[in-house]
Design a protein around this ligand. Structure first.
Ligand SMILES: [Zn+2]
Length: 503
């Protein structure tokens, strides 16, 4: 008996060594990262690039001998980003750094010239309505200006404590005043741009600084007829100060984009069929879509290429798994976990048969945190599997058991709600929130391939161990408690948006 056991452990260790060797020596991470981020580009739901990415992934998997398919779950307003050229033409000439927001309407061909004006402080909504006709033929700046273009860590390093404190005080006051200005218009955040375009504004200028040098967050436009653009902190500040001092800055804005009609949306699924328990699953999960200010390299290009590479490595060294290994590359996570929610909703019979799921979606860093999501026994099996991962990869990982069930944030939550032991392999942040998350700077150069490769090794070993586990793991849950110790509720299942981007 002891002999049998040790033979089995030896065979396991051999597979694990093969996983590590394949991931280290034959890594395709850089190649697929380049093909996806540089060759295809950002993957906004409904865009032609999103479709290209789905088709590319299926082809890639097939090339590795892995069965893959695109599963339709809904449709979305289709839109294709074109050029954005923004030039200041007076009081001097400068090409400005900025881009249209996703789903922004186009400007007239060749652009339109007009003065850039600031949303003024109004006494109330009536005063706003009275002022409104004056925006005709002008661009309106509606974002708060920044008091400094330096991130706080830069102030902390170089400022005197007094001036750092004063800056923060001034900034708080300025933000409060700007919020009051917005409130006094009587318009909501998404409504204000529409009121302005209705009154004949040529376009809306925003600036959503991400609090890092050169980094702005790029989300979506609410205008229906005229472009909405985001300008860099520096150029927004320039126009703002010129307008404030009465110098009437003029810009020419040329933003082109295409409405491409309602477009089908998909999840890309790939699998390595189980041999002993083919109808039980070990799942990998990473959303495939992105915002489109950059190329979605760390959100979630790195999660995507990590899962693809895990599949490639496993197919190479563990081609006949005990359970079926299934990966979901979800569509439209960014608009509310839509692809994964659709999968959970469309496959209710599968949920009891998913052994575990591993999701990755917060940047390029090596795994730094794993939480048990409220599954009582998770410390036992996750701990046991993690012990098989090389120590240099796991030594700094913080674990929280059993933890609380995640109600959102990324696609694992869609599965946790269905009672599936689904875990997030949470990354070291590498300045994710300021610099790359939903920003113009989320590009290939920010990928830290050594860290992604470590994540590949870890996930591949965990999936292998989960697949080989004799029985299904215990799924008992602990209901989370609120702050004063009363039991709350397990997160409930939520339906996806199946027809998106339309009113
Ligand atoms: Zn993400």
């Amino acid at each position: 008996m002891l002999l049998l056991f040790s033979t089995k452990v030896q065979a396991q260790d051999q597979v694990i060594n093969d996983i590590i060797k394949e991931a280290r020596e034959n890594s395709e991470l850089k190649a697929i990262g380049h093909e996806l981020m540089d060759g295809i580009g950002p993957r906004l739901v409904g865009s032609p690039q999103m479709q290209q990415a789905h088709d590319w992934a299926v082809e890639k998997y097939k090339g590795w001998g892995i069965e893959a398919r695109n599963e339709k779950w809904g449709e979305w307003r289709g839109w294709e980003r074109g050029i954005t050229h923004i030039d200041m033409t007076a009081p001097w000439t400068k090409s400005l750094a900025g881009t249209q927001l996703a789903w922004s309407p186009s400007s007239p061909k060749g652009g339109a010239a007009g003065e850039a004006v600031i949303l003024p402080m109004m006494a109330d909504a009536a005063a706003f309505q009275k002022w409104l006709p004056s925006v005709k033929g002008k661009y309106v700046m509606i974002s708060t200006p920044q008091i400094t273009g330096r991130p706080d860590y830069n102030w902390e390093e170089f400022a005197t404590p007094e001036s750092f404190a004063k800056m923060k005080e001034d900034r708080t006051a300025m933000n409060a005043a700007w919020n009051e200005r917005l409130r006094n218009t009587g318009q909501g955040r998404r409504e204000l741009p529409i009121a302005l375009e209705e009154a004949g504004a040529l376009g809306i200028i925003t600036s959503y600084w991400s609090q890092g040098f050169g980094a702005n967050k790029i989300f979506s436009a609410s205008t229906k007829k005229v472009p909405t653009v985001d300008l860099s902190l520096e150029d927004y500040g320039l126009l703002f100060r010129l307008a404030e001092s009465g110098q009437k800055p003029m810009i020419n804005l040329n933003a082109q984009s295409k409405e491409t009609g309602m477009t089908p949306t998909f999840n890309t699924m790939a699998e390595i069929k189980g041999t002993e328990k083919p109808d039980e699953y070990v799942m990998l999960s990473a959303h495939f879509d992105s915002w489109d200010g950059g190329t979605g390299a760390t959100d979630n290009g790195t999660g995507t290429i990590m899962m693809m590479e895990v599949m490639r490595v496993l197919k190479e060294v563990y081609p006949n798994p005990k359970r079926t290994i299934l990966v979901g590359h979800w569509g439209s996570e960014e608009q509310g976990l839509n692809g994964s929610r659709a999968f959970v909703e469309d496959n209710p019979e599968m949920m009891a048969k998913i052994q575990v799921l591993f999701n990755q979606d917060n940047g390029t860093g090596r795994v730094a945190n794993v939480a048990g999501q409220g599954f009582v026994d998770s410390y036992e099996y996750l701990g046991r599997w993690m012990n098989k991962v090389p120590r240099d990869i796991t030594k700094d990982i913080e674990t929280t058991f059993p933890g609380n069930p995640g109600g959102g944030g990324s696609d694992y939550a869609s599965f946790v709600a269905a009672g599936v032991p689904a875990f997030n392999l949470s990354s070291l942040n590498w300045s994710y929130f300021n610099y790359t998350w939903h920003t113009n700077l989320d590009t290939y150069d920010k990928i830290v391939f050594d860290d992604v490769q470590n994540n590949v090794i870890m996930a591949a070993i965990m999936v292998y161990m989960a697949s080989e586990e004799p029985e299904q793991v215990n799924r008992e849950i602990r209901i989370p408690l609120d702050r004063i110790g009363n039991p709350t509720a397990w997160p409930s299942l939520r339906s996806p948006t199946r027809k998106g981007g339309v009113e």
